[in-house]
Design a protein around this ligand. Structure first.
Ligand SMILES: C[S@@+](CC[C@H](N)C(=O)[O-])C[C@H]1O[C@@H](n2cnc3c(N)ncnc32)[C@H](O)[C@@H]1O
Length: 306
């Protein structure tokens, strides 16, 4: 267990071939953000309702997140991340809806974690949703949703693979067609990849994208500095308090600018928005930005077309 008094180096718990389940290492972050979505679902006037998220917390038997869900707080500090995740979830939901309306029938959710969009969104007939993540993460999700009788609303295809390796091969083996347009979400992943791994990821995505393909990227916290992370860890639920997760030591301090990279590699990039821009677009009055989570509230949301 890491105490708040320590200041671990970025990425110090990581290695190039580390792996995890849902309650260890990077895997726990998938549970954590599911917890924030579950909290958002029970907040006043939620932007989106992920009714599946709470099942993952219950099944994990994680005492910390179960406790937070049993007693959702109402202070600005306690609601900041659930609010942020409501906004982020809506952004990616809208992105896939627009891609479907444009006729795209292949969706790829990289680092899918406990994303339940395959079960939650109304996908057009003929859509396949590919979910890429490590095997134990996908196994947990499928098991828990199966136990609750949930059924995907599209053809759902699991691609158990490490995004630092040759994941396009198993993706294609699962039926992905690089000749047809596709829509990709990169949500909550970048801080867990080195600069080289981020470049490799975007290069591979680009190679798999036929003209007309789209990508949405949340550059959440990928450009936070040390001080911001320390403050966030010390003040926000679920981050470095359970003893199971140490956010700083799981993430890398990187310099990759995804919007710039995409623009330089054949993508038409829409004007980049931050969390506050998105909130305003959803009719929410942006709250005053708490300086402690300023980096997160100003994280970038990018949409681009090939
Ligand atoms: C913060 S969670 C986000 C999950 C999901 N996108 C969401 O927003 O709910 C980070 C996810 O990235 C996945 N991940 C990180 N590095 C990965 C890698 N190298 N290969 C596959 N998955 C990875 C983790 O397993 C985890 O599910």
């Amino acid at each position: 267990m890491v105490t708040l008094a320590t200041t671990p180096e970025f990425g110090s718990l990581r290695s190039d071939d580390d792996h995890w389940d849902i309650v260890s290492g990077v895997g726990y972050t998938a549970l954590l953000v599911a917890g924030w979505r579950a909290l958002h679902a029970v907040s006043a006037q939620p932007l989106v309702r992920d009714e599946y998220a709470k099942h993952f917390i219950a099944a994990s038997e994680d005492p910390y997140l179960a406790g937070v869900l049993a007693n959702p707080g109402t202070s600005d500090d306690e609601t900041a991340f659930p609010r942020l995740y409501g906004v982020q979830t809506r952004f990616f939901d809208d992105f896939f809806a627009a891609a479907g309306e444009a006729g795209i029938r292949q969706a790829v959710i990289v680092a899918a974690g406990l994303d339940s969009r395959a079960y939650r969104l109304d996908w057009p007939d003929g859509t396949t949703v590919f979910e890429v993540d490590l095997p134990k993460v996908l196994e947990f999700k499928t098991r828990v949703l199966g136990e609750h009788g949930a059924a995907p609303k599209a053809r759902r295809s699991e691609v158990a693979a490490d995004l630092r390796t040759d994941w396009p091969t198993p993706l294609k083996a699962a039926g992905f067609d690089p000749q047809s347009p596709s829509a990709w979400s990169v949500e909550g992943l970048l801080p867990y990849l080195t600069d080289d791994a981020q470049t490799a990821l975007f290069t591979r995505i680009t190679e798999l994208c036929a003209p007309g393909s789209r990508v949405a990227v949340g550059a959440l916290g990928s450009r936070l500095d040390r001080d911001q992370l320390d403050t966030v860890e010390a003040t926000h639920p679920g981050v470095n308090k359970s003893g199971n997760v140490d956010f700083s030591a799981l993430t890398y301090e990187t310099k990759t600018d995804p919007a710039q990279w995409l623009a330089a590699h054949g993508w038409a990039v829409e004007p980049v928005r931050n969390t506050l821009d998105l909130q305003a677009g959803y009719g929410m009055t942006p709250p005053e930005v708490d300086v402690k989570i300023d980096g997160f509230m100003r994280s970038q949301y990018i949409t681009a077309t090939r």
